[in-house]
Structures are given as C-alpha cells and as structure tokens.
Ligand binder design. Sequence first.
Ligand code: SAH
Ligand code: TYD
Ligand code: ZN
Length: 425
Amino acid sequence: MISHRVTQTRPGETREASCLLCGGATTPFLDLGTQPLADRFRSPSDTSAEFTYHLEVGQCGDCSMVQMLHPIERELMFNEHYPYRTSLSSRMSEHFERTAHALVRRADGADPFIVEVGSNDGAVLRHLAVLQVRHLGFEPSSSVARPCADGGLEVIEAFFEERTARDVRERYGPADIIYAANTMCHIPYLGSVLTGADALLAEGGVLIFEDPYLGDIVRFNSFDQFYDEHCYLFSGTSIDVLARSYGFSLVDVERLPVHGGEVRYSLARLGEVAPARRVADLLAHERVHGLHSLDALHGLARRVDRNRRQLLSQLAHCRRQGLTVVGYGATAKSATVCNYVGIDTSMVSRVYDSTPGKQGLLTPGSGIPVVPSAEFGPPYPDVALLFAWNHAQEILERETAFTASGGRWLTYVPEVRLSRLGDVT
Ligand code: SAH
Ligand code: TYD
Ligand code: ZN
C-alpha cells in the first residue's frame, strides 16, 4: 500500500527518484536535512533514540506533483500519540463551522450523507450533527477519534483508502460529498483514495479537499510546510493530472486565506459536473507564472537557504545582546524550522503552546521544553519567535500586552523580520 522507495539518501546526497503517483522521474530541488517526526513530542525522561529521516523534496517531471522523496510509514505518524487538535484555533473553528454549513448547502438532497476524511477532533462533524445531517468521519488517530466517538459523533478509527471506502459504501450507502481538510496531502497512496472515492460517491457526488497551496509556498517561502506528514504539496496543475488519471475531473477551485494560503479543490467523475471557469483560470495562472518550472523551485530553495542563514544570525545576535527569546506555537511546521536551521535551547529557551498533549514535553529533534500558552505573561521575554505564523492574526489580537510591553515578534516567512509592534502579517 505505502510505496517504499529503494533509494535511501543522506543529507547532502541527492538522487533522482520515481514519482509516488505515476512512477515518472522525480527531480529533487530542496534538501531540508535530517528531521524527526514533526508531531512526536518526547518526554524529558525518554532517552531512546529518536526516529529521523531525510527530508528531501522533489517534483515529478511527468505529473508535476511536488512530493517528499522519502515518505514515512503512516502508522508512525497517525496513532494514539497524535497531538494535533483543530479546534484549538478559534479562527479555524469558525472556518470549519462555515464549511459544514456550505457542505450541507452543496449536498442539497433530501437526506444527504457527508463523509469526512481526517475528521480530527470533530471541528466539522459536530456542526453536521447539530444540523442532523448523516455524517461519518474517517480518523485513524485514536487520540482524537475516540473522544469524538465517545461524544456521540459518527467516526470510524480507520485510514481512508479503497478497502475502507468500499466497506462504508456497503454498510452506509453512497456518499453525496467526501470532504477532507489538511489530510489529502498527508496520504501517499492517493490512487487508492481516488478509487475509494469512486466506489463510495453517489452519482453526481463530489470529493472536496483543501490543502496548503504550492503557489503560496513559493510566494511566501514557507518552507516549514514541508515535513513528514505533508507528503505532497498540491497545485491546480498536479491535481488536474491526478484527477484525470482516476476518471475524475477538477470541477472547481477556491483560494482560502487559512494556514498561509490554501486551495479547496472539487473533483467529480468525468462528465458528471461542468467545471467552473476559475479552474481554467488557475491552471493558466500557474502556467504563465511557471510555477512548475525547475527555475521557480530552485529559486525557492535559494530563498529558503537565505532565510535559514538570516534566522540563525538573528538568533545569534539576540543571544549576544542577552535578549530572552521564546517560541510561540509548537507547530509541526516548527520541527522543520528548528532542525533545518539548527535552533536549540541556547537560542530559544521554551515554546508556548495551547495543546495539552504537547505541554510538559520536548519539541521533536530540537528538545525545547513546551509550556502552556496560558503562562505567556509578565515578565515577558524580549522576543517571541512566531512559529504559528499562520495564526498570526488570532495570536496578535490576544497577546496585545506583550506587544505593548515592548516585546518583539520574530518571523521567518516570507523573510526574517523582527517587528516591534503588531505589524506582523
Ligand atoms: N481536518 C483537520 C485535521 C488535519 S490533520 C484540520 O484541517 O484541521 C490530518 C488528520 O488526518 C489527522 O487527524 C490524521 O490522523 C488524519 N489522517 C491521516 N491519514 C488519514 C487517512 N488515510 N484517512 C483518514 N484520516 C487520515
Ligand atoms: P498549526 O499551525 O495549526 O498546524 P501544524 O502543527 O500542522 O503546523 O499549529 C498551531 C499550533 O499552535 C498548535 O500546536 C496550537 C498552537 N497555538 C497556540 O499555542 N496558540 C494559539 O493561539 C493558536 C491559534 C495555536
Ligand atoms: Zn508523477
């Protein structure tokens, strides 16, 4: 099921690989070195060797998909330890409430059935339940699936793939919509997912998913979107090719201003739904801007290296000046930043985070203590390194006292910047 590549490389070594989806030649363009699992926070008393892998990203010359060259086995990432909780962000909770209502409007039948892939802590499902809409979540991480099921939501603790999708079709009947947020890009075996979607969807049904957009990653140099769970970084072009290979067509795209820029893709079986005009517009935009050219991707790699050097020198400068620097948001993304840049406790003493399952533990690889964000208060540190930059608006609105006390926010996308006031965007 999971593709295992024979090529194993070490940082500094690159080798052409074959595409996880179509087998085409895949050219490496970004080497982010040795990395731990980004969501595996460790107890300070855990002295066992930490799992690491080589984080190298390439692009397939045939289907254009940007992908991880050494994907990680799914059970290592998604299990009873998985700590991420969607609903800890109020802005994302609102986004998913609006999404639940939009899905119900889109389903528009007498008794619609909506399936969510990667339902996490029920941020979408709970609204479907309130609306009394038949729903089912696929969620393999028992840390989040169990509490949802215990709370009365319909959730199965399973990975979505062809076999489990067929089972659900037999037991529950066809689905009007299959929806996934920030999950499709986590799944190496997308062929099995699309075959499963074909088996489960009703006639005229749609597969809708939203994930970080390659165009925004290149635009904002957001290299921390590359980590073990993000096996793919999608674009309109790569999703269009993928859809066609499995009898689907890309019928709609919508830019979303969440998580640093995402696109919501809608797929329907070929010929069942007329494509919206904005699909052709996005594909043309990507072509005109050469999003998939190796020039553009190598340009990204150069800017990422520049940001690494600048962040390191900014942190060294803070240390020389005797400034206290903390992290804000123990994001999965921050694992890439800390381990690629080489950030340790001598530069960032602790990281504040609201996730109960991360507090009291150490950040992966870099070993920085995670402390409750409720403790972020006076006496404030001099500088807060904003790892959760994608939640900047929400965080800055809350932490006005830090900013008012003269505290400075350090950010690293699109470039390294130390801001005195709340002018972080
Ligand atoms: N949809 C939520 C959660 C995203 S995190 C949000 O947007 O915030 C990704 C989630 O997908 C995790 O909870 C993980 O356990 C789940 N996941 C990973 N692979 C999956 C698969 N094959 N099928 C269903 N869920 C999966
Ligand atoms: P997020 O950027 O959503 O995703 P990922 O982990 O995939 O990179 O993670 C946000 C993290 O920041 C999460 O651990 C919760 C934390 N957080 C806070 O501590 N305070 C906040 O106000 C918000 C919005 C998030
Ligand atoms: Zn390919």
